[in-house]
Design a protein around this ligand. Structure first.
Ligand code: SAH
Ligand code: SF4
Ligand code: F3S
Length: 466
């Protein structure tokens, strides 16, 4: 995949000319890490004096922060680019960021000449220079895009400004990036690069900035978040549970979550943290992908169905009420009906509170795309339906088991009805609650009184931190 291409003009050499863009709009697709990147790009532009636009139409810089994980992502980017042209023939400055930018590189600018900037997920700290470069190109009458898909050894994080005050009480914090696992279906190791862990002290500082800005809940993010390692202030080697333990001591921070984990990095220490650290929420996203050992091997997952279930067992012994979540792929090349049945079996055995399931999508450049025995779309549709039926039944059953619980909800937004607020339970369920006088960001004691498939109703008891 593409590496660095363009040499950037330093800011100081930009010609005196009309002003650059002043109102940006970022749209992020894909995983939570992409959402985090989108937020940081916005914060960086705001720190440079730009304003956040209310909509794409109102922006003179639109950043499409793209995802490449499944098919149609690329087609979607091109159609989105086309739609940015306005009725009067004008267009905003257009930047394509994220994993499609990394995978496609210059090809994007070739296919869509209206694109001004292409910037990969490890290079977006250089966005201000790329904007200057793009402006410079336009003024010089050149249609050349400013492209940076470098994966610098020095991480971008050090170059980004301190976190701004957050609009929501729950924030993301990327602690680990990239992936060395090379599952045979997956583009992430190519688009995000090798696995790196951000330094312990930087993460504590960033968490503190978030909490100082009113954040109550932090979700630690990584493509393999539980592979994070670092060294604490006393020089001790720490796994993710060490970081969680430190963050749990931060006054004002009420809740900690992390996602996404790989079964192979689910250490006993992290499992024990679910028992020992009250602020660590009882929710675990641990994708298994398939229940068939033959398919898991072909996927290069390096765990088996049995080893996965053994981990779940341990986690449940540590934290019996844990809400388990996962990811599944149906129709991986060579998947037989028996393999698929094994996936249904592991779902029955693991019992999920919530899960994501996808049809296998061949990704260019990945080993699975060239495997024989690609599965027909009809079979994939049928299997996905059966899997989702089972997962939905489990989700509903899980929600039902929590009815009657007295628990806490972190209020995140206004509901549709007057006086209604919507927040999250410890198990990451959406809970609607009538709570006159409560505010977004409050933690409120509720009794869960009824459950639907996707959300619950809570009865307000008392505000915890009003
Ligand atoms: N790092 C995480 C997940 C990253 S991608 C993990 O290892 O579990 C998120 C999910 O997208 C994956 O768990 C997988 O279920 C799905 N996915 C990835 N590549 C895919 C592909 N080529 N086709 C269909 N689904 C895919
Ligand atoms: Fe992709 Fe596998 Fe890495 Fe997850 S562990 S990001 S699925 S290669
Ligand atoms: Fe998509 Fe890239 Fe995330 S491919 S899922 S945005 S790591």
């Amino acid at each position: 995949m593409n590496q660095s291409t363009d040499t950037l003009a330093p800011l100081s050499s930009a010609p005196e000319a009309e002003d650059g863009p002043s109102r940006y709009f970022v749209t992020s697709f894909g995983c939570q890490m992409n959402v985090y990147d989108g937020e940081r790009m916005g914060e960086m532009l705001a720190a440079q004096g730009m304003q956040a636009a209310a909509s794409r139409e109102d922006a003179d810089l639109v950043i499409l922060n793209t995802c490449h994980i499944r098919e149609k992502a690329v087609a979607r980017v091109y159609s989105d680019i086309g739609r940015l042209k306005r009725d009067d023939g004008s267009k905003p400055m257009i930047a394509v960021a994220g994993c499609v930018a990394q995978a496609e590189g210059e090809e994007i600018a070739r296919r869509a000449p209206s694109v001004d900037i292409v910037v990969g997920p490890q290079a977006y700290h250089r966005l201000p220079q790329l904007i200057e470069q793009a402006r410079h190109n336009t003024l010089a009458g050149s249609k050349k895009a400013a492209i940076d898909t470098d994966m610098p050894a020095v991480t971008k994080f050090a170059a980004l400004p301190v976190r701004a005050k957050q609009p929501r009480p729950s924030a993301f914090l990327t602690v680990q990036e990239g992936c060395d696992k090379f599952c045979t279906y997956c583009v992430v190791p190519y688009t995000r690069g090798a696995e790196i862990s951000r330094p312990f002290a930087d993460l504590v500082d960033e968490a503190k900035a978030l909490v100082d800005g009113g954040v109550k809940e932090i979700t630690l993010l990584g493509q393999n978040v539980n592979a994070w390692t670092g060294t604490d202030a006393k020089g001790r080697h720490q796994g993710l549970e060490g970081l969680i333990e430190q963050l749990a001591e931060m006054p004002g921070l009420a809740r900690i979550r992390y996602t996404t984990s790989h079964p192979n990095d689910m250490t006993d220490g992290l499992i024990a943290a679910h028992r020992d650290i009250a602020k660590l929420m009882p929710y675990l996203h641990l994708p298994v992908q398939s229940g068939s050992d033959r398919i898991l091997k072909a996927m290069n997952r390096s765990h088996t169905a049995a080893s996965y279930l053994a981990i779940i067992d341990k986690v449940r012994r540590s934290r019996p009420d844990i809400a388990l979540s996962g990811d599944f792929i149906v129709g991986f090349p060579g998947e037989t009906e028996a393999d698929f049945e094994a996936t249904l079996d592991i779902v029955r055995a693991a019992n999920y509170a919530q899960a994501y399931s996808f049809k296998y999508s061949p990704r260019p450049g990945t080993p699975a795309a060239d495997m024989e025995d690609q599965i027909s779309p009809e079979i994939m549709d049928e299997r996905l339906q059966r899997l989702q039926d089972l997962l939905n039944t489990q989700q509903q059953a899980f929600n039902q088991t929590t009815v009657g619980e007295r628990t806490q909800v972190l209020l995140e937004r206004q509901g549709r009805k007057p006086g209604q607020l919507v927040g999250k339970s410890p198990w990451l369920q959406s809970v609607h609650v009538m709570a006159d006088g409560a505010r977004i960001g409050d933690l409120i004691d509720v009794e869960l009184v009824s459950a639907g498939p996707n959300s619950l109703e809570g009865r307000a008891l008392t505000l915890v931190n009003a």
